[in-house]
Ligand binder design. Structure first.
Ligand SMILES: C[S@@+](CC[C@H](N)C(=O)[O-])C[C@H]1O[C@@H](n2cnc3c(N)ncnc32)[C@H](O)[C@@H]1O
Length: 448
């Protein structure tokens, strides 16, 4: 029996114990139709995370809906390459949910061990739930043809945009394949433990008592990695701010900055506040200012600081640092710059669809502008940490080398970690190294 028929009850009138039937919802959605809508949002240019959030808010969280949506987006370049030659005309924008059903059917067949006839019939049945029964014939035909084509000539591409593969090959001639493979993995759930309040081993013990398997991360000494995904709000100590979700590579920023008590610290480009929270927790006597230009993301930063009990200790400002200079002077500045996010594709697989090579020059320009502007806010003798979650040298070491060349009072502080690699300037972690996201750090000191 196709799995979707298990959800037919969605379409029936709801009958109360009294026998009174409530009106049948006009477009009751099956789980697959929900996933198709999320995927369609991404195919039409939207971001995956807000689409998932909206679905959760409307219908409640469901594992299968998310697995289908996230998995299909993760493999979208491959699945689209398989279907595009079979379509006489691309689907209209309004019918990207049908395109999504095709991709999802292929995802189920290729990656979820769903028998092919089941994958096809589930996709076709979901067209009814989307109130598009007229699309069933095309769905059926394209899916069957795509499955047959794959059987004859399996896909040999890289499941990433060509421009990215080219850049990666040029930058990392020995490791580019490993980076692509790591991007297609599911990222682990990694927590940052507030080690001022609980030792990491003690928190691991609390997890074990709750039946949650986890291990200490080998590089970031505040990080624990869960063996499986979990519902974060229910994790021991989460609501009290004992732990936060943060990849281990991102947990290295605050220790690199290491502010002293009473020092003025600027977290530039701070939202949604992962690193601000870490700074505020690990250096409670430092005077932290967190700035970002995005008001919605700043609202999330405030929520995070509230949960951590740090809101009153951090000055928060919504401010465009590229346009409006600041007057203040800081002993430490963290510049977690806007970037291509090519180091976190495994967490945000929609980057594969949305990032364009043409995004890189404006990103490089804003990174350089922020470096130059914020340097004037750094006190003589002060330290700036420049960070990105990119794997592209032009946003990382090249950016820092250019900055050092045009900034006479800047010098680089060498970094060293047990994994990753020293570059001509700064340190690069590639995705998957020690299970971490791809990240870049450079520490710059201003002459006294
Ligand atoms: C990599 S994210 C920061 C992540 C954050 N540090 C954290 O750990 O949660 C980059 C941030 O830069 C912000 N941004 C981009 N351009 C900016 C500008 N001109 N002024 C201030 N913030 C900016 C974006 O809104 C975005 O939140």
């Amino acid at each position: 029996m196709p799995a979707c028929s298990r959800h037919r009850s969605f379409c029936r009138p709801i009958r109360l114990a009294s026998g009174i039937a409530l009106a049948k919802p006009r477009h009751a959605l099956t789980l697959r139709a929900r996933s198709a809508r999320i995927i369609a949002r991404v195919l039409t240019g939207g971001a995956l995370d807000p689409a998932l959030d909206e679905d959760r808010a409307r219908h409640g969280r469901h594992g299968l809906v998310e697995e289908l949506a996230i998995g299909t987006i993760r493999y979208a370049p491959r699945l689209l390459a398989r279907t595009a030659p079979l379509l006489r005309h691309p689907f209209r924008k309004a019918d990207q949910d049908l395109q999504a059903l095709i991709l999802m059917g292929l995802y189920q067949a290729f990656f979820m061990d769903t028998p092919e006839p089941v994958a096809v019939s589930e996709a076709v049945a979901a067209a009814d739930a989307l109130a598009k029964p007229w699309g069933k014939g095309a769905l059926n035909a394209v899916l069957r043809a795509a499955l047959a084509a794959e059987a004859v000539a399996p896909y040999t591409g890289y499941n990433h945009p060509d421009w990215f593969v080219d850049r990666l090959q040029a930058a990392w001639p020995e490791t580019w394949r490993a980076v692509l493979a790591a991007n297609d993995e599911r990222a682990p759930l990694t927590l940052r433990v507030d080690t001022r309040r609980i030792a990491r081993d003690d928190y691991l013990e609390r997890l074990a008592q709750a039946g949650i398997a986890a291990r200490a991360h080998p590089v970031a000494d505040t990080a624990v990695v869960l063996a499986q995904g979990a519902l974060v709000p229910g994790l021991p100590g989460f609501r009290e701010g004992l732990v936060s979700v943060q990849d281990a590579a991102a947990q290295l920023a605050a220790p690199l900055l290491a502010p002293a008590p009473r020092e003025a610290v600027l977290d530039a480009c701070a939202a949604p506040g992962g690193k601000t929270g870490h700074l505020a927790q690990s250096a409670p006597e430092a005077r932290v200012t967190a700035i970002d230009s995005d008001p919605a993301r700043m609202a999330r930063l405030a929520e995070t600081l509230t949960r951590l009990g740090c809101l009153g200790r951090v000055r928060t400002l919504t401010h465009d640092l590229a346009e409006y200079p600041l007057d203040d002077c800081f002993a430490r500045i963290l510049l977690d710059a806007p970037c291509s996010a090519t180091g976190v594709i495994r967490r945000h697989p929609d980057i594969k669809l949305h990032r364009r090579v043409s995004d890189l020059p404006p990103l490089r320009a804003i990174q350089a502008r922020l470096l130059d502007r914020l340097w004037h806010n750094l006190a003589p003798g002060g330290t700036m940490v420049y960070a990105t979650c990119s794997v592209l040298p032009e946003e990382n070491e090249d950016q820092v080398i250019d900055f050092l060349a045009r900034t006479p009072d800047a010098r680089e502080d060498a970094l060293h970690f047990p994994v990753g690699q020293a570059r001509r300037a700064g340190w690069q972690f590639l995705p998957g190294e020690a299970g971490m996201d791809g990240f870049y750090y450079a520490r710059l000191a201003r002459r006294a």
